[in-house]
Design a protein around this ligand. Structure first.
Ligand SMILES: Cc1cc2nc3c(=O)[nH]c(=O)nc-3n(C[C@H](O)[C@H](O)[C@H](O)COP(=O)(O)OP(=O)(O)OC[C@H]3O[C@@H](n4cnc5c(N)ncnc54)[C@H](O)[C@@H]3O)c2cc1C
Length: 506
């Protein structure tokens, strides 16, 4: 029996953007009987989530790690055939290898708190292992205290949150005014663990010294619910979802950039495409970045003054510089490896303050242990991702300035070689992707990975709400509540589908 009966009369829904949030909300709304059309600026579905084949090598050029797969299992289950019948989703074991500037290293297994604690004990001693245990207990409490109010539903105002019965104890657990950095320091003085936890701030494109402590939940979620890979590349999740959406009768229009959301008497009534074509709608769901929605797609009005102000106050999330390396022969790198620099703070100073490429960045390498991602069994495809300032010619860094991308790529390869990796002697393919490329390909302003960052205690409240102040206009995806990353984007689609239904059955 279907979970979703049509409780309201079918509506004409337009979704702007075929990113994961757009596709997921389209699937849920079409399943409920609505007539859904998606308009996507680029020529493909999935947005940032994409696997690209280049000369026999496959790269996940967006997400290369799936957490909380339950979110997508639920989506597929509720809209048709189960995900397990369509894709192979496998735990990545070990989950991560962390290597430090002085050669210290630790390898985290997957899906076992006890084994992780043992690995830390082996690498860094008992005190570090005990503090990891204590940190993860705290992270679990934070997850329990925050997920209902901050993640799984529409974000309530701070005043409404005050009315919750567990408010005081939850507040103590969450410590909303403490930064992630401060919280970690209160549990451990081990510099290696500190760096490992700091890095979770970058999962939302943020600075560990600025993000609220509650982001520690990401570490708990990864440890408790696992790090997963999709056979053939994470982009398969997007193409499988595209197929699902088509099966549900959704019309997909590619190369169809939306120029304007049409508003009449405070309600969204349709869209105008760049081509000039106008398409009427009863409901508009915007998956485009909230910055575009509020600052260019919508006509400026008093109604949207608040979200526009909030977006101005929020710090945009960081971007990424990546190298797609096709390499001859095999290495002993695991699926996910992170090389940390000695001075990790300088990475965040460079990105958020100096707005320049990080001189000695953390280097993340995804070397998929997946025969479906290379044409020859004697080769590897490495996706190398470096956190980077956004592309902001004029006010920030210009990634298109002559020579910049090539020089930085050479610098990164030098750093990799200095860490003992053989790159140049094995190199068969090297493609460079800068934040400017990310902006062009995915229509994310400045190439920002996650919309607005989580920097600052009020960041969750500055992010665009799922229900916009314009009637019949909803926002879905990484730049709206509850935030970026595949699981949250999937949750955001569920929230939007519920909000639409609630409105229609009022
Ligand atoms: C390099 C990189 C690494 C990442 N790593 C991970 C990871 O390991 N794990 C993880 O969970 N997440 C990761 N993420 C984040 C994750 O990819 C995103 O949070 C998620 O895919 C965003 O989905 P979205 O629905 O917000 O849409 P997006 O993917 O941003 O798609 C929005 C779509 O809207 C379209 N659009 C925009 N404007 C218009 C317009 N005017 N008209 C028509 N269409 C328009 C765009 O073309 C795009 O297709 C990573 C992202 C990047 C870039």
């Amino acid at each position: 029996m279907s979970h979703h009966r049509v409780t309201s009369s079918p509506q004409r829904v337009i979704v702007i953007g075929a990113g994961m949030g757009g596709l997921a909300s389209a699937a849920r709304l079409a399943k409920r009987g609505h007539k859904v059309s998606i308009y996507e600026a680029s020529g493909y579905a999935g947005g940032k989530c994409r696997t690209e084949w280049i000369d026999g090598y496959a790269f996940d050029t967006g997400p290369s790690l799936l957490t909380l797969p339950a979110v997508y299992r639920d989506l597929f289950l509720k809209t048709g055939k189960r995900l397990e019948h369509l894709l192979q989703i496998t735990p990545v074991d070990p989950a991560f290898t962390y290597i430090f500037h002085d050669g210290a290293r630790v390898t985290f297994p997957n899906l076992s708190h006890n084994k992780t604690v043992s690995a830390i004990r082996e690498s860094f001693g008992s005190e570090a292992a005990d503090s990891w245990h204590a940190l993860m207990l705290r992270a679990e409490q934070m997850w329990e205290a925050s997920r209902e109010s901050f993640i799984e539903g529409e974000l309530k105002s701070p005043l409404e949150l005050l009315k919750r019965p567990d408010f005081i104890s939850d507040l103590r657990t969450i410590s909303p005014l403490k930064s992630l950095r401060k919280l970690t320091r209160s549990y451990t003085n081990n510099p290696y663990l500190q760096k490992i936890v700091d890095r979770y701030a970058t999962y939302t494109g943020s600075d560990p010294r600025e993000v609220p402590a509650v982001l520690l939940t990401i570490a708990f979620v990864e440890e408790a619910f696992g790090a997963w890979h999709v056979q053939g590349g994470l982009g398969k999740l997007a193409t499988t979802l595209e197929t699902r959406v088509r099966e549900l009768g959704v019309d997909l229009h590619f190369d169809s950039k939306v120029k304007e959301i049409k508003v009449e008497n405070g309600r969204a009534i349709g869209i105008t495409l760049e081509s000039g074509e106008e398409v009427p709608a009863d409901i508009v769901v915007a998956n485009a970045d909230a910055e575009l929605v509020y600052n260019s797609l919508l006509p400026a009005s008093r109604k949207t003054a608040r979200p526009r102000r909030a977006l101005r106050k929020a710090t945009p999330s960081l971007s990424g510089f990546s190298l797609l390396l096709g390499l001859r022969g095999k290495s002993d790198l695991n699926h996910h490896t992170v090389f940390f620099p000695e001075n990790y703070d300088d990475e965040f100073d460079a990105i958020f303050q100096r707005k320049e490429p990080v001189p000695d960045p953390a280097i993340y390498i995804c070397n998929p242990q997946d025969p479906h991602m290379v044409a020859s069994s004697d080769s590897e495809s490495w996706f190398v991702l470096i956190n980077a300032p956004r592309h902001e010619p004029g006010s920030g860094f210009d990634w298109r300035a002559p020579g910049v991308a090539q020089d930085y790529a050479e610098h990164i390869i030098d750093l990799m070689e200095s860490k003992g990796l053989d790159v140049r002697s094995r190199l068969d393919l090297c493609e460079i992707r800068t934040p400017a490329d990310l902006e062009t390909k995915t229509n994310a302003p400045g190439g920002s990975i996650y919309g607005t960052s989580s920097n600052g205690p009020r960041s969750a409240f500055l992010r665009a709400k799922n229900r916009s102040p314009i009637a019949n206009l909803y926002c879905v995806g990484g730049s709206s509540h509850p935030g970026g990353g595949l699981p949250l984007v999937g949750i955001s689609a569920e929230i939007v589908a519920e909000a639409v239904e609630e409105k229609l059955t009022q």
